[in-house]
Design a protein around this ligand. Structure first.
Ligand code: NAP
Length: 297
């Protein structure tokens, strides 16, 4: 509620009520941030499941009906669906409505959504940097966002009032706000999130291609390090397909550097250069400590 007891938004529509959408819905409910909270999701039975969970006031498979009269619409479907959703809802958005999103990439999302929004509708893209490898409305929880960063990437000339309201919503959900250029966001996330996922997908893919008996032992002795990669590689295939297809340039650039560093490491192992390995592992241990100190572990 605001200081006067009025919710932050009269009507909020969350489109895509999966892990992130349903976690946001729970946080909005917990904090009384919306007069009415609506879920729109075209997944078979997903909207009905969200309603049955009691995390929204209304739920529908009709996205146009969901956003009608909304003063905040948050796109929480996979990023590849953003364009088709924006095209469908654009004509019915009311003047002054804020459209935001939670997509893991920002430049392409803005390019897909902005052209479909009428004048007087404000686009404030966002990325709550919090998640799990699970999907669907049952897997969400309000505390997902607690103490994590939310990166907002308003386009040039974005409405300041709209930006402040979206920031306030995420702050009340427990997040710390950072405002960034969309392209910069995509480069930062390519190294902190997209590359680690690509490595995990590769390692687990290589292991699953091994001959049968070895594969069984990989699973059996997975606690020795492989397990952490399987958790990451268990993430939603559609979501990650869309991320790599829509952040091509930044991912390929960082992958090139990674490949060069890997080759250097390969050479150090072959030549028995212990100091090179030790120096790198000492440096990376300090990075781990910095992550722990920043309470992001
Ligand atoms: P999710 O659990 O799979 O939820 C996505 C929901 O959107 C599903 O219910 C899906 O239905 C529905 N959907 C698919 N296409 C749609 C469309 N055209 N219109 C309306 N609904 C549609 O995925 P998620 O993990 O919450 O991810 C959603 C977004 O959050 C993505 O953009 C992702 O980049 C971003 N994000 C994810 C994480 C994370 O760790 N998971 C973290 C930060 C940001 P079906 O299941 O039936 O297809």
């Amino acid at each position: 509620m605001t200081s006067g007891g009025k919710p932050l938004f009269d009507r909020v529509a969350i489109l895509g009520i999966g892990l992130i959408g349903s976690s946001l819905a729970r946080a909005i409910k917990r904090d009384g941030m919306a007069g009415t909270l609506v879920a729109g999701d075209i997944g078979p039975g997903v909207a009905a499941r969200a309603l049955a969970l009691g995390i929204v006031d209304e739920a529908t498979e009709d996205l146009v009906a969901a956003v009608t009269d909304a003063d905040l619409v948050v796109l929480c479907a996979p990023v590849g669906a953003c364009e088709v959703i924006a095209e469908a809802i654009g004509p019915v958005l009311k003047p002054g409505c804020i459209v935001s999103d939670v997509g893991s990439i920002k430049e392409r999302v803005i390019a897909m959504v902005a052209p479909h929004l009428p004048d007087g509708v404000h686009l404030i893209p966002g990325h709550p940097v919090a998640g799990t490898e699970k999907s669907g409305p049952e897997s969400g929880f309000a505390e997902l966002f607690q103490g994590r960063w939310c990166i907002l990437t308003p386009p040039k000339g974005a409405d300041e009032g709209a930006l402040a309201r979206v920031a306030e919503m995420w702050r009340r959900a427990g997040m710390i706000i950072e405002v960034m250029e969309p392209a910069h966001h995509d480069r930062v996330l390519a190294i902190t999130s997209h590359l680690p996922h690509l490595i995990a997908y590769t390692i687990v893919g290589t292991a699953s291609d091994l001959e049968d008996h070895l594969h069984r032992e990989v699973i059996k002795f997975s606690a020795s390090g492989f397990r952490d990669f399987t958790r990451i590689a268990g993430s939603d295939p559609i979501m990650w397909r869309d991320i790599f297809l829509n952040n091509q340039e930044a991912v390929l650039d960082i992958l090139q550097r990674f490949t060069e560093d890997l080759t250097a490491l390969q050479r150090a192992i072959r030549r028995g250069e212990g100091e090179t390995l030790e120096a790198l592992f000492t440096k990376t241990r300090a990075v781990r400590q910095a992550v722990v100190d920043a309470k992001q572990a």
